[in-house]
Write a protein that binds this ligand. Sequence first.
Ligand code: RB5
Length: 151
Amino acid sequence: MKIAIGSDHGGFELKEKILSLAIGLGHEVQDMGCYSLCSVDYPMQAYKVANAVASGQYDRGILICGTGIGMSITANRVPFVRAALCHDIFTARMSREHNDSNILCIGGRVTGPGLAEEIVKTWLKTTFKGGRHKRRVCMIDQNGKKGSGQE
Ligand code: RB5
C-alpha cells in the first residue's frame, strides 16, 4: 500500500518507529514531516497527509501528535477523509471494518510504542466489511442523506 505519514513534535519519536515498521511490512511510505523534535504546528502535517489521501495519491495516512486529537480534528475537515483516533487495537480494527477509516491518528504521548505498533499492524491489515457499513459511510459524504440504490 502507499502510505503517507506525518507528525508534529509531540508525535515525532513515535512517527519514526511507525515509519520503520510500515516500511518493514513492505509498504511504500512517504514521510511528510516533521523531521525533528522542534516545535511545529500540527495542522500543517495534518492537511498535507489528509489532502494526499483524499486526492487518491496515497491509499492510507497515519498522523501522530501528542494526543492524536489535533490531527484527527484537522484531517476530518478534508472531504472524503475518515480519520480515526485509536488508543486500542479493537477500535483500530472496527474503524476499518465498519468505518473504512483511511487515516489513523495516534497520540504519541498517550500510547506507548509497543501498543502503537500493534494498532498500526491491525489497522493496516484489516479490510472494510462493506454491506450496511458502505451505506453509512456514503451517508457521511452526503450530509446524512441516503443515496439511491444503496444496500
Ligand atoms: C503539542 O504540544 C500538542 O498540542 C499536539 O501535539 C497535540 O496533542 C494536539 O492535539
